[in-house]
Write a protein that binds this ligand. Structure first.
Ligand code: GN1
Ligand code: MG
Length: 353
């Protein structure tokens, strides 16, 4: 299967070692080693990304901008094939090959507050280095990706047309999602608020999308498929969603879900260390909201998918997306309980700069 793809890049498949890599839910990823060189090969899920060439074009324009304005920034861009293409289309789908940066590594689980700080700093840096980039030049690779109002409508749609047995069995979770609906209203306010800006936003700030060096310093961010115009709450919020709790969205024992204060502080400090000059007062007032926004959206998306028979995320066991939804709702409740403390930490962080 890989032979024509690797050949396009001048790599002989029979001399390469190819093994699955990473834990993403959407694209397929492999690490390819050839002699001393290593690469990351990815098949873009074109059931999700209908126009993979738009991703490649976004990477080209970001690369040109960064090369001109911030040539010292490590921007990991897909390689061109021998005949100059930035993407290979075969019967098996769309593929790209990215150089593996020697001396770098990724992590799958945040196990120290400094890792959260480093990652938040890198995501903030990415947006702030691109503050002058003409935002209209970015293609929307997934239109409405973080449009919470649309996600809520899709949830309501699933309540109408989804699997009736699953709808009946999830009445409690449906109630909780409805109870938190104010999070959607705040999002609507944000969209109409002049203090909120659309910036170059990563939209997938999980820890495995940060490259670290051997001493644990953040190097740069990777996995740029969903880089699009967006609000800062997407990136900051998804870090809260994925770094605050000691257990991930896959955890079935909800007792283990908690908010780690020192990780919250690390995320906010790391992000603000790069973004404090960028954010308006109105945006600064929505730092804790960012976490609520992203956790709520993910809970909506998992439950919606469960009601739609797992057609988007797939399921490794019966009720997988239901468990994920309950997990995210639990996390949302834990975060909401701590809101006053977290807001206080935000104020302390803002004053400490
Ligand atoms: C998907 O593929 P992965 O794991 O990077 C999803 C994210 C979700 C995440 C939940 C394009 O990301 O939005 O937060 O799963 N990406 C897409 O694990 O839908
Ligand atoms: Mg991703």
């Amino acid at each position: 299967m890989f032979s024509p793809i690797l050949e396009a890049y001048g790599l002989p498949e029979d001399k390469c070692t190819i093994r699955p890599f990473g834990t993403g839910l959407i694209n397929h990823t492999w690490k390819v080693s050839y002699g001393a060189a290593s690469y990351i090969l990815q098949r873009i899920n074109d059931a999700v990304f209908h126009h993979p060439s738009l991703i490649a074009e976004n990477m080209e324009s970001l690369a040109v901008y960064l090369q001109t304005h911030h040539p010292e920034y490590l921007f990991v861009k897909p390689l061109n094939t021998r005949d100059g293409r930035n993407l290979v289309h075969s019967q098996e789908g769309y593929f790209r090959l990215v150089p593996f940066i020697t001396g770098s590594h990724t992590i799958d689980v945040v196990s120290a507050a400094d890792q959260a700080y480093q990652a938040a700093r890198q995501f903030g840096k990415f947006t702030s280095l691109l503050a002058g980039f003409p935002i209209g030049h970015l293609h929307l690779t997934l239109p409405d990706f973080h449009n919470l109002s649309l996600r809520y409508r899709q949830f309501e749609d699933a309540l109408q047309h989804g699997n009736p047995a699953r709808i009946a069995a999830t009445a409690d979770q449906i109630d909780v999602l409805r109870h938190f609906r104010g999070i959607v209203h705040t999002f609507e306010d944000i969209r109409h608020h002049s203090g909120f800006r659309l910036r170059v936003t990563h939209h997938d700030t999980k820890i495995s999308n940060v490259l670290f060096d051997d001493s644990g310093h953040g190097l740069c961010v990777i996995d740029l498929d969903t880089v699009m115009p967006g609000y800062f709450i997407s990136d900051l919020g998804d870090m809260m969603r994925t770094y605050l709790s000691p257990v991930s969205e896959e955890e079935k024992d909800m007792e283990l879900i908690s908010i780690r204060d020192e990780y919250f502080r690390a995320i906010v400090r790391g992000y603000l260390s790069e973004m404090k000059e960028e954010l308006s007062a109105a945006e600064m007032d929505h730092i804790v909201y960012a976490g609520k926004f992203m956790i709520y959206m993910q809970a909506l998306r998992f439950l919606t998918d469960h009601l739609n028979d797992d057609r988007y995320y797939g399921a490794k066991y019966e009720g997988h997306n239901f468990v994920r939804a309950v997990n995210q709702l639990t996390l949302l409740q834990r975060l909401t309980e701590k809101e006053p403390i977290l807001n206080k930490m935000v104020q302390e962080s803002i004053y400490s700069f």
